[in-house]
Design a protein around this ligand. Structure first.
Ligand code: ADP
Length: 264
């Protein structure tokens, strides 16, 4: 059996005592080497999940375990070594004066020896196709290039799980595809679990499992094909016809045959 890398046990969260509960008694696991997409309309709680995994927030109720360790104020620094996050806006993620400084930053914080750092900078920039830009200032890069560098920086710390929170949202379709291909093949090579929080259905279809969030609860948890078979119910939670139509298209493109015409 696969090992659970992330476990949410009856997690409830709200931003303050006077705010409504944003996540309600949420339980799920994400396993080693698994590729999971989390989808749902705006405000359904997806980003809050990502922030809880990384200990940017803590739940008021329930427990979150990463690799068997409970996330709390004491464990969070160790846990952040295991969880790599890439967010939507690459400009908010840069700290280095050059691309290579930026990739080095996360490693410097973790006391990785210089020789090893140089090797990891080269390996990871090469893996995302950005080695030629190692001395470039980040602000000169395109959006897609910036996201690649952000991913290289995160991968250089050898996390066990990589979370992309709308990380491809600002890219064009080609840029998105390239990033996802890069990330998927790297995560396979490094044995990483991959979680993508996304509106992009091409990404969703590639996932082994989809978690559909609705109003702070899991509405469904299944393979892309199974989720698609619930297309009429998906409309009820605001994931509407364009969503299901495009999903059908993407499933076909991915070679997953549908037994019925998608929009009947
Ligand atoms: P999603 O990522 O699915 O769009 P979020 O996790 O960002 O959803 O938000 C879930 C709910 O929490 C929304 O109702 C949102 O308005 C609320 N929320 C998010 N961030 C904050 C915050 N910093 N303070 C108060 N409420 C917030």
């Amino acid at each position: 059996m696969r090992k659970a890398l992330i476990e949410f046990r009856n997690v409830s969260f709200r931003y303050s005592d006077t705010n409504p509960w944003v996540l309600k008694d949420l339980s799920f696991s994400i396993y080693e080497n698994e590729f999971v997409a989390i989808i749902g309309h705006n405000g359904s709680g997806k980003s809050t999940i990502a922030k809880l995994v990384n200990g940017l927030l803590f739940p008021q109720e329930g427990e979150i375990l990463i690799n068997g360790v409970t996330v709390n104020e004491e464990t969070i620094w160790d846990i952040r070594r295991e969880v790599g996050m890439v967010f939507q806006n690459p400009d908010n993620q840069f700290v280095g004066a050059t691309v290579q400084d930026d990739v080095a930053f996360g490693m410097e914080n973790r006391g990785i020896p210089r020789e090893e750092m140089i090797k990891r900078i080269e390996d990871n920039l090469a893996a995302v196709g950005m080695l030629d830009y190692r001395l470039t200032e980040p602000h000169r890069l395109s959006g897609g290039q910036k996201q690649r560098v952000a991913i290289a920086g995160v991968l250089a710390i050898y996390p066990k799980v990589l979370i992309l929170d709308e990380a491809t949202a600002m890219l064009d379709p080609r840029g998105r595809k390239e990033i996802m291909q890069t990330v998927a093949s790297l995560s396979e090579q490094q044995g990483l679990s991959l979680i993508t929080i996304t509106h992009d259905l091409a990404e969703v279809v590639q996932a082994e499992r989809i978690i559909v969030m609705n109003q702070g609860e899991i509405w469904a948890e299944a393979t892309p094909r199974e989720i698609f078979s619930k297309r009429n119910q998906l409309k009820e939670i605001g994931l509407d016809v364009p969503f299901v139509a495009i999903l059908a298209d993407e499933l076909k493109r991915a070679g997953i045959e549908l037994t019925k015409e998608p929009l009947n």
